[in-house]
Design a protein around this ligand. Structure first.
Ligand code: UDP
Length: 398
């Protein structure tokens, strides 16, 4: 954790929580993009998992249980989501959590004295606002919403952020319909990390990822937690994968049980199936793959789009990812197939004799991509730094 930065040195504090994989990757993507900005290297940053760093029992443990809640089937998480999703209910939930984090969090803000606070998590906005106000720091609060369409009320509760960065036109509509003035809502895209781009030579990308360059490849993902119904679906589509002679690569994220079970299933997918846990080089696999089979995680959807990789959405987290199904279909970036038989039919169509089918999905996926979102958000953040601070920081030294 960065501490003791120079007075007048711009300092951006990113707040996230490791619930799923998307919040961390969004924060890290913007953080890296800030360094690419003119004078960005002069900006100090810190990316803090706020609940892990400042929370105490039982809040910290409650937040940690997110992954476990998604891994059991049927998952109790959607019920929690829906029960807390209302203007007043979201506020209530945030208020209930505050006593178990507020003190440590205020101390953090006081100590770091940021110029900007950037929250990429729905449950951290009100807390950040409280702490900024209580400590008297002049930091602006920016909320970067990392859900594409279905926006939980906790994101917008109290309209506490000075500015809202959102990933889609749909998200703009949700925010303004909740009373946030349109000039405080900025549609800059969902920030994704570097490296997600279409391969110039797919066989070469396959080779680089350790795959057979001559085989058509189906990449399977289930978010950072590896939650959902993926195992059941894969079991049912194994025959189609084998019949189409696809090379299957499954990334299970932080779900060791899923990984172990898919390893057992691997021989059913034909030769060369690979099953992995959490990997840091998702981009390498997306650039190598021909089709992605995934749950409807927003980060995964936008990363695949940036690679021109068509997605078959076979699962989603009820509530927060529901709108992402329509998002993918409306843009032609892939297909929603929630039943195994529809997944199999889609695979047969995409990998059929008519290659124009896959090409058309690839083109639409790329068209829907916003690969520069992290840079655009970073530029926006630079513009939000207090002018005297930026001016002093960028003044010639001699
Ligand atoms: N991810 C990763 N390694 C893995 C699995 C996932 O880096 O082994 C990343 C993935 O590339 C994406 C994020 O985790 O950036 C998942 O975010 P998404 O919004 O799709 O779903 P979430 O996990 O937040 O539900």
């Amino acid at each position: 954790m960065v501490d003791g930065h120079q007075p007048n040195q711009p300092f951006v504090l990113f707040l996230f929580s490791d619930t799923g994989g998307g919040h961390r990757t969004a924060a890290e993507a913007i953080d890296r993009a800030l360094r690419r900005q003119p004078d960005g290297t002069r900006v100090r940053t810190d990316v803090v998992d706020a609940f892990a760093a400042c929370g105490v029992f039982p809040l910290r443990e409650g937040i940690k249980s997110y992954g476990a809640l998604l891994k059991v089937q049927p998952s109790p998480y959607p019920a929690l989501y829906h029960l807390s999703n209302g203007r007043t209910r979201a506020r209530l939930v945030t208020e209930l959590g505050k006593p178990f984090i507020r003190g440590n969090f205020r101390q953090l803000v006081e100590r770091l004295d940021p110029s900007l606070v950037v929250s990429v998590h729905p449950l951290l906005n009100e807390l950040a606002r409280d702490s900024i106000d209580a400590t008297g720091t002049r930091a602006k609060l920016i909320t970067v919403i990392t859900d594409l369409v279905t926006i939980h009320h906790a994101w917008t509760s109290g309209s506490v952020a000075d500015e809202y960065v959102v990933p889609s036109a749909e998200a703009v509509r949700v925010c303004t319909s909740r009373g946030i003035p349109a000039d405080r809502v900025h549609n800059l895209g969902l920030p994704i990390r570097d490296g997600f781009s279409p391969p110039s030579d797919r066989p070469e990308a396959k080779r680089a990822a350790g795959l057979d360059p001559s085989r058509r490849t189906l990449l399977v993902m289930a978010g950072g937690e590896g939650g959902g119904r993926m195992r059941g679906i894969l079991r049912q589509i194994a025959g189609s994968v084998r019949a189409l002679k696809l090379q299957l690569v499954a990334i299970c994220g932080r779900n060791d049980t899923l990984r172990a079970r898919l390893e057992e299933l691997a021989p059913r997918f034909g030769s060369g199936a690979q099953v992995m846990g959490f990997v840091d080089n998702v981009a390498d696999y997306m650039r190598a793959a021909d089709v992605l089979l995934s749950k409807a995680g927003p980060g995964t959807i936008m990363e695949a789009a940036a690679c021109g990789l068509p997605i078959i959405v076979c699962d989603y987290i009820s509530g927060q990812e529901a709108g992402n199904l329509g998002y993918v279909e409306a843009r032609g970036a892939g297909v929603v197939a929630l039943e195994a038989r529809d997944v199999s039919a889609t695979l047969r169509r995409m990998f059929g004799a008519d290659q124009s089918v896959l090409q058309e999905y690839r083109r639409s996926a790329l068209e829907s991509a916003r690969p520069h979102a992290a840079d655009d958000i970073a530029a926006f953040l630079m513009s939000m730094l207090p002018t005297p601070v930026v001016a002093r920081a960028t003044a010639p030294t001699s």
